[in-house]
Design a protein around this ligand. Structure first.
Ligand SMILES: Nc1nc2c(ncn2[C@@H]2O[C@H](COP(=O)(O)OP(=O)(O)O)[C@@H](O)[C@H]2O)c(=O)[nH]1
Ligand SMILES: [Mg+2]
Length: 291
């Protein structure tokens, strides 16, 4: 299922195997820490893991590489959270994140996913900042075959969100997907705008948005943590979508985000096409990371 990870991050397991092919010395343990760090596990997790592995060696210098890898797997799994599906109709999903992280593309992929599941999907062009953003989503909506709710460029995005949830209820939609303009987490005013989008959704449906997904470009590494923390303050996040994993060997960011924020990775983006989206599964992820 996560075949692409294998292609990308198998060097991770391979490097560990190579290191432990002979009795490890201090330099080997330092190198191991570097391998973990480069995979974007985060400095703290990397150091912790290496300390634990050193401990294992002290206890049993004959420990096999397979046992080491199995141990690493268990440790990494501890930091990963399962995704719990929400049952709601319409299920309202809000996508947030910085510019270019892949929000609109992910929205299109999600629309395509739910359409393939036989669901009735409505998408909302909540990025009213640029006319081109509305056109981009319009083009995707046509390609995927879903209805689009839009407004004029520069109109209030919460108006679009309000209309979209209303239309979702009125038309019996199963899923309403709301796009938003990219914003830097440091722009407080824009973060307040997101909080307002949330509030108007709640006016239409008390529990909406049921999901608020932060779309994060996996290639930005540890900056993702700062982004996630600030977005989470303004619009409590229910999940993360890690995009562009096809262009990154840094799958470890999945583990550091979850460890530091306690928010599950829900999806991973693996390309630019409508079907290049996969459900994140902790067990599979770690298995493939270490195979
Ligand atoms: N390779 C790759 N490119 C992606 C992925 N997701 C998005 N993109 C590309 O990233 C660019 C920005 O995406 P867009 O959805 O417009 O970002 P937004 O500004 O957050 O809405 C586009 O060229 C997308 O095709 C992904 O998972 N893999
Ligand atoms: Mg966009």
């Amino acid at each position: 299922m996560f075949g692409f990870f294998k292609k990308l991050v198998s060097p991770f397991a391979k490097k560990i195997r190579a290191l432990f092919s002979k009795a490890p010395d201090d330099a080997a343990f330092e190198h191991l820490e570097q391998i973990f760090y480069e995979a974007d596990l985060g400095a703290e997790t990397a150091a912790e893991l290496v300390e634990k592995i050193r401990g294992l060696y002290k206890k049993n210098s004959n420990i096999s590489t397979d046992e080491i890898l199995a141990f690493v797997k268990q440790e990494l799994l501890k930091g990963l959270l399962p995704y719990r599906p929400v049952d709601a109709k319409p299920l309202v999903i809000l996508l947030v994140g910085v510019n270019g992280s892949g929000k609109t593309t992910t929205l299109a992929k999600l629309a395509s996913h739910y359409v393939r599941e036989g669901k009735k999907v409505l998408v909302a062009a909540g990025d009213t900042f640029r006319a081109a953003a509305i056109e981009q989503l319009d083009a995707w909506a046509k390609r995927v075959g879903v209805d689009l709710i839009k407004s004029l460029p520069n109109s209030d995005p919460s108006g679009v969100a309000f209309d979209a949830v209303a239309a979702g209820k009125a038309r019996g939609a199963d899923v309403v997907l709301i796009d938003t303009a990219g914003r830097l987490q440091t722009k407080t005013e824009l973060m307040h705008e997101l909080a307002k989008v949330r509030r108007v959704c709640q006016k239409q449906l008390p529990d909406a948005p049921h999901e608020t997904l932060l779309v994060v470009d996996a290639t930005i590494g540890q900056n993702a943590i700062d982004q996630a923390k600030t977005f989470h303050q303004y619009t409590p996040l229910t999940g993360i979508v890690l995009t562009k994993l096809d262009g990154s060997a840094k799958g470890g960011i999945a583990i550091s985000i979850q460890k530091q924020l306690g928010i599950p990775i829900q999806w991973v983006g693996t390309g630019e096409g409508a079907k290049d989206l996969e459900r994140f599964d902790p067990e599979n992820y770690v298995t493939e990371l270490l195979t």
